[in-house]
Every structure is written in C-alpha cells, then in structure tokens.
Design a protein around this ligand. Structure first.
Ligand code: FMN
Length: 173
C-alpha cells in the first residue's frame, strides 16, 4: 500500500467517450482527502497486478462491445483471479459508454467486481443506470462522473486509513 491513498481508474477507449468519463472521475477523486491522494488513470492493457494491489479504490470502465465490456478489460479481469483478494472490500465503481447497450456493459463489469467482493460506492440497479452513458458524455454526465469520483476518492481515503490501522495492530508498521 502506498503512503498516500491511491485511486486507480482503469479504462478502454478508442473514440474518447469512455476516456472522458475516466478523466472526469479522476478530477473528482483529486478533491478527496483535502487533495492528499494520488490519482492514476490507466488503460486496461497497461494495468498491472501491482497497480490494483496498491490501490485504495478502483474504477473500471469500458465502451460496450457486442453487449459486453471490451476484450482488453476482460483480459485484465481474466488474469486477476489469482489476486482477487486485493479487491476484497476495496471501494469500487464501474462505468460504461455505448450506443444504447451500455447497461449490459456496466453490468458485465459489476458482475465481476461483485464476484471479487468489492465495496461498491455506486452500482446500477433497476432504478438507475449508474454511470452508463449513451454516446459522448454531456455536461450532466461529466458532472455525475466527477461526483462519483469524489465519492470513490473519499471511500479510498477511509479504506487506506482502515488498512493502516490494521497494519499497526498487526505490528507491520
Ligand atoms: C466493435 C464495436 C462493437 C460495439 N458494440 C456495441 C453494442 O453492442 N452496443 C452498443 O450500445 N454500442 C456498441 N458499440 C458502440 C460503442 O460502445 C460506443 O460508441 C462507445 O461509446 C465508444 O466508446 P469510446 O469512444 O470510449 O471508444 C460498439 C462499437 C464497436 C467499435
């Protein structure tokens, strides 16, 4: 675990829609902990096991490809099973863009995060699509993404504090 809480935002994007959400989440997260947080935005293909293990909170986003997440993000999850413990109770959120099928995409990401037993700061449900956006994110969607980023950042700070306390009790620091 890094000294400062680290908020990790992982995404895939080819034409920029999902990247815009990732960047807005990052901007929101930077305001957490009075700014005493590190925020990292990474493409799924560049994300390593150590990035996830050292993160205090995580966000995963993808464009909808054939009613599912991108292959790139799925490939990351496919190698994550051996270190699924590093997701346990970690604050997390999913985000997606699409041309109508984005709910299926966000649900596919949330399904895996649920299996890894993260602590969702928000998730889609029957009443709300969560951060599943159709087309290019407009001002409202960007505002929503920033607010979610702040929530994720705050939860990441709390998570890092609780892990720090555990380490002190276990005599690890
Ligand atoms: C190969 C491919 C498959 C797609 N399949 C779907 C789909 O099943 N449902 C949907 O709503 N949009 C689909 N789309 C549209 C993209 O999800 C959408 O344009 C997305 O916002 C692009 O994100 P990006 O700008 O971050 O790359 C597909 C696009 C591509 C390139």
């Amino acid at each position: 675990m890094a000294d400062r809480p680290n908020i990790l935002i992982v995404f895939t994007s080819w034409s920029g829609n999902t990247r815009a959400l990732a960047e807005a989440i990052a901007e929101g997260a930077k305001g957490a902990g009075n700014g005493n947080v590190d925020v990292t935005v990474k493409r799924a293909r560049d994300t390593k096991r150590s990035d996830i293990e050292s993160a205090s909170a995580v966000a995963f986003g993808s464009p909808t490809y054939y009613s599912y997440m991108s292959g790139e993000l799925k490939a990351l999850f496919d190698i994550a099973l051996p270190f699924k413990n590093s997701f346990y109770r970690k604050p997390a959120v999913a985000f997606a863009t699409g041309e109508g099928g984005q709910l299926k995409c966000i649900q596919s990401i949330e399904g895996i995060l649920e299996l890894f037993e993260v602590s969702f700061v928000q998730r889609s449900d029957i009443l709300s699509a969560g951060l599943a956006v159709q087309g290019r994110p407009d001002e409202g969607a960007i505002r929503q993404a920033k607010a979610i980023g702040r929530k994720l950042g705050d939860a990441g700070v709390a998570y890092a504090c609780s892990m720090g306390r555990k380490n002190i009790i276990a005599g690890k620091t």
